[in-house]
Design a binder for this molecule. Structure first.
Ligand SMILES: Cc1cc2nc3c(=O)[nH]c(=O)nc-3n(C[C@H](O)[C@H](O)[C@H](O)COP(=O)(O)O)c2cc1C
Length: 135
């Protein structure tokens, strides 16, 4: 059985200052995701990525393995993976938010050795709250 699942991770970007790389990632992501019932949001603050991925668990886990191995980022920390009842980003095969204001919060999430589930959910809540800015 493949359940609707959500994964959230943070990572350290390794793309220098090449914003074109983010466009390249989004182009590939949007094509693949649209064909595989995956929706979500990618954020970039100039130093880190965060990504919410929603979709069938099996597809999501295979994709997450590919994303984790991608050299365009490192220190990939999966902070949440859980079944969900409904999607929060159903309108986006992969939405994108470029916002430097996430920097401190994401640096914290990336640095912590333990995972504070409430903090993670609060951050995801903040992303959902920012939906109107998604491209
Ligand atoms: C931060 C980041 C987010 C990504 N998000 C996705 C995504 O949502 N969907 C996707 O298909 N590929 C995504 N990719 C690209 C994958 O890592 C990978 O390049 C792509 O799936 C093609 O895999 P392949 O080169 O093994 O064919 C992302 C890459 C990075 C660095």
């Amino acid at each position: 059985m493949t359940r609707l699942t959500r994964i959230f991770y943070v990572s350290k970007a390794q793309i220098g200052s090449r914003l074109q790389t983010v466009s390249d990632i989004l182009a590939v992501a949007r094509t693949f995701n649209a064909e595989h019932e995956i929706t979500g949001l990618l954020t970039y603050d100039g130093e880190h990525f965060t990504q919410v991925l929603e979709g069938p668990a099996t597809v999501l886990d295979t994709l997450m393995a590919r994303i984790s191995a991608d050299p365009r980022h490192g220190r990939v920390r999966v902070l949440a993976r859980k079944p969900i009842i409904s999607r929060d980003f159903e309108d986006w095969s992969m939405g994108y938010l470029h916002d430097g204001r996430f920097n401190d919060a994401v640096a914290g999430l990336l640095a912590e050795s333990h995972t504070d589930a409430d903090e993670v959910e609060a951050f995801i809540g903040e992303l959902i709250h920012n939906k109107r800015f998604i491209r």
